[in-house]
Design a protein around this ligand. Sequence first.
Ligand code: GTP
Ligand code: IMP
Ligand code: MG
Length: 340
Amino acid sequence: MTCNILVGGAWGDEGKGKCITYLCNNDKPDIIARAGVGPNAGHSVEFNGEKYGLRLTPSGFVHTGAKLMIGAGVLVNPDVLFKEFEDLKKYNVKERMCVDPRCAIISNDHMERDKSSEHLAKKIGSTGSGCGPANSDRVLRTIDLAQDIPELEGYITDVSLACNETLDEGGDVFIEGSQGFALSLYYGSYPYVTSKDTTASTFAADVGVGPTKVDEVINVFKSYISRVGEGPFPTEMSQKEAEDHGWEEYGVVTGRRRRIGYFDMDLAKESCRINGATQIALTCVDKLYPDCARTQDYSDLSVESKAFIEDIQSATGVPVTIISTGPDLNDTIDLRKELL
Ligand code: GTP
Ligand code: IMP
Ligand code: MG
């Protein structure tokens, strides 16, 4: 019986998609449950030479033996979900998907309000996916729930009950968080944040699993930082500097150019503390240290990259168990057996 939660350590886009794909393909949990805000997220998954951009479907879909679930705390846009069923047809995503009846539903009106709001679209730089207005209607208790939507009828499942029963029967549940610590409504750089808390405790609540059931919290950091949208960014560099490093990035959902900065140890420490992280996954080590590209054995990493990893461990007090050195699942150093 194992219940693991994966969270983003900074402003999202830390490479959670790759880490989740690796961990689910390797550990083969019975249930992969999506937590977090909703379809404002964009996760990139590369598997068997193909690339997918996901907004609602759990990134662990490549493990075809798992049930895929969307927890009650997550906002659902049925159009986004049905499009992903089409895009992921060969993985039988539609047949494996379960949606909690208590998920709130994003309507066209929520998206319009998000895109046309000076405050959300311009000042905060929201994704325009309707999540802010939908969570606001949820708090006002005026929003529709998944149980009210006839098109979702075939997918409705009590996700909390399913996850807890699986754990009680000795099965494994993997909870996928989205966004990142610094976008949390409570702990991020308010008001330049998303419309909900984005830490591990909330992700557990999103799928209806209590804190006493959680075994591991895996906090994902990229070796540098990116941020989309407005707000403070202490380690930000110029666009020219980012290009010179080869760190130019564009968002999966909005196509916006991401702001880029150096790794922030103070942010990493706070993020590990508030998430109660038990492990760190570090991605894009090859982009910081090109001589580490595709390295699959810890002993083959450069002295500089090992020193960086050790600095993160000693500052946060959390072991770096997963090191990603390229987009392919094989480009992963998995130290869990050695370190845990
Ligand atoms: P999350 O939102 O955290 O899931 O990140 P993301 O998927 O939004 O990140 P992004 O859209 O920037 O995609 C990351 C890209 O980098 C994807 O194509 C991944 O396959 C790829 N990638 C992931 N990890 C690594 C890595 O360690 N090295 C390199 N070179 N690429 C990586
Ligand atoms: P919203 O969540 O669409 O309201 O956007 C609020 C802020 O959070 C904006 O700065 C967005 O760019 C950011 N944001 C929301 N979701 C993500 C994500 O998955 N990755 C990166 N930034 C995000
Ligand atoms: Mg992303």
